[in-house]
Design a protein around this ligand. Structure first.
Ligand SMILES: Nc1ccn([C@H]2C[C@H](O)[C@@H](COP(=O)(O)OP(=O)(O)OP(=O)(O)O)O2)c(=O)n1
Length: 491
């Protein structure tokens, strides 16, 4: 029996098949991200969810942690720890006994306080990223005694628990890194900057990527190999300390970090580019309702990661739906909470040869893919884990413009905002068209572009920035600082 459509298992459809590809990966074969790697990457990315006191928390002994909750291979929760609550505690508050039989992917090994509760809730598997644990072992000698005691307690809980507590790091399939590199560079967001700013040095993308790789390696990889081995020993992974296991582990970790940095750079924090409403008359009104750019970019990167699970040989699309609750809650995502996600794939349970895979170039319309493939937005809506509340602001992030089939679905579902690429807007292709998005009313549309208020209303009208849905004024100098960091193309 095949798994549900949100996370359909069609490994056979992806890796290792010779296909004609618009993206033209080196071999003409489309590699596909495994589910385990997707969940792992999303957990690391959730650790980086833009929060208020990120800097402050990094200094504390309890490290920020990202968490993905998976039930029957479907993502039912994307969380991150806050100043007050660890990731495991947040999962417990949000899901309670529904955690039974779930698989949890942590960006760090959880502490004993979290582990005892989630084990007690009856989870099936706990997978964690094998670097510095939640209660950091990379701290001063005075507090390291507590950290070691905690690591021992975790081991004891682990050995007496029914849940499988493990490290799940799969090597990436062949050419995955090259494929992600090519498709990230060619993605709508980077190409739009390259087209609209012809003077910009196109190297901005590579430079941004290099910065991100450095930043992520600092965060997710213990820089010193001996220290990494010591941590692995303390957290009960002595079997990974010998070579070749240790070097393989480091290599797998580095590959995943590289992949995350590449995808993250494809929705860059560059100059005044971001998700804006194209209609200048509505700018002021809509700005008050739109998300802070850093959160919008963060969610779009999640959608981009999901797109690497596509079953379409040519065009991968990812979608993720979030909502903003009425008040800020005590987790690291503030007032935002996860509703659902998906990618374009053939109907649940189908096998590789059940449906046609051809595109518009195929003369025989009967063997084209379009009538069979379920779109990313459709899967995200179908397999959502929460209801969409009409009184709350809900938003969908899609890597491509919603097509005419999806636009009324999104509106009908009560989603209030769409964040999307707009490269095909207004196009009518033979079997799929993107005409209705432009005309859509009653749903705010934010597409990737240069901030229109920079050219239309002047810089003084820059909206207040918000942290996790909470309005705050921009502290003097911060905006300049951000653009300084981002003006990579100006050299
Ligand atoms: N918002 C969207 C838009 C499209 N898709 C999916 C459905 C198809 O799997 C694929 C179609 O993409 P294109 O319209 O780009 O069509 P092609 O894949 O044929 O590419 P081309 O641009 O060359 O026509 O993307 C989706 O899931 N969600």
């Amino acid at each position: 029996m095949k798994e549900a459509g949100q996370m359909q298992n069609l490994e056979s459809a992806g890796a290792g098949r010779s296909v004609s590809t618009q993206t033209g990966s080196m071999t003409g074969q489309i590699p596909r991200l495994s589910k385990v790697n997707l969940f792992t990457l999303l957990s690391l990315w959730m650790e980086l969810f833009p929060t208020v006191n990120t800097a402050q928390r990094q200094k504390s002994q309890v490290k920020r942690t990202g968490l993905v909750v998976v039930k029957n291979t479907k993502i039912v929760g994307l969380h991150c720890s806050s100043e007050d609550l660890h990731a495991g505690k947040i999962a417990l508050i949000k899901h309670g006994s529904r955690l039974k039989n779930c698989d949890l992917y942590f960006s760090r090994k959880p502490c004993s306080a979290c582990l005892k509760m989630i084990v007690n809730a009856g989870v099936n598997r706990i997978s964690y990223w094998p670097a510095d644990p939640e209660v950091s072992l990379l701290t001063e000698a005075s507090s390291s005694e507590d950290a070691k005691l905690d690591a021992k307690a975790v081991e004891r809980l682990k050995s007496n628990s029914r849940a499988h507590v493990c490290v799940l790091l799969q090597p990436l399939v062949c050419y995955m890194v090259q494929f992600v590199e090519e498709t990230s560079y060619k993605c709508d967001f980077i190409q739009k900057i390259a087209k609209t700013l012809p003077d910009a040095n196109v190297d901005f993308y590579s430079e941004c990527k290099q910065e991100r790789i450095k930043e992520f390696e600092m965060l997710f990889l213990v820089p010193n190999e001996d220290m990494h081995k010591q941590i692995l020993m303390t957290i009960g992974l002595e079997n990974l300390c010998e070579n070749p296991y240790f070097s393989n582990l480091r290599q797998n970790m580095k590959d995943l970090i590289l992949l995350l940095a590449t995808v993250a750079s494809s929705v860059p924090n560059f100059k005044h580019y971001g998700f804006y409403c194209g209609n200048t008359e509505q700018i002021n009104e809509i700005h008050n309702q739109s998300l802070p750019q850093e959160i919008a970019r963060h969610c779009m990167v999640q959608a981009r990661l999901l797109a690497y699970r596509t079953e379409d040989h040519k065009t991968g699309v990812g979608a993720v739906i979030w909502a903003e609750g009425k008040s800020r809650s005590w987790d690291g995502t503030g007032a935002m909470y996860f509703i659902g996600c998906g990618y374009n794939a053939f109907p649940v349970g189908s096998e590789y040869a059940d449906f046609p895979h051809m595109d518009d170039k195929q003369k025989d319309r009967e063997i084209r893919k379009f009538r069979y493939i379920v779109h990313a937005e459709q899967n995200a809506l179908t397999f959502r884990c929460q209801e969409i509340k009409p009184e709350e602001r809900s938003m969908i992030f899609v890597t491509k413009c919603p097509c005419d089939e999806c636009v009324p679905l999104i509106k009908g579902a009560g989603i209030k905002q769409i964040y999307a690429g707009d490269v095909d807007v207004g196009k009518k292709k033979a079997d799929i068209s993107y005409m209705r998005f432009g005309e859509l009313e009653g749903v705010s549309k934010f597409t990737w572009q240069l901030n229109p208020s920079r050219t239309c209303v002047g810089e003084q009208n820059e909206p207040e920035s918000r942290e996790n849905g909470v309005l705050r004024p921009i502290p003097p100098g911060e905006d300049q600082h951000q653009s300084k960091k981002l003006c990579l193309g100006n050299r």
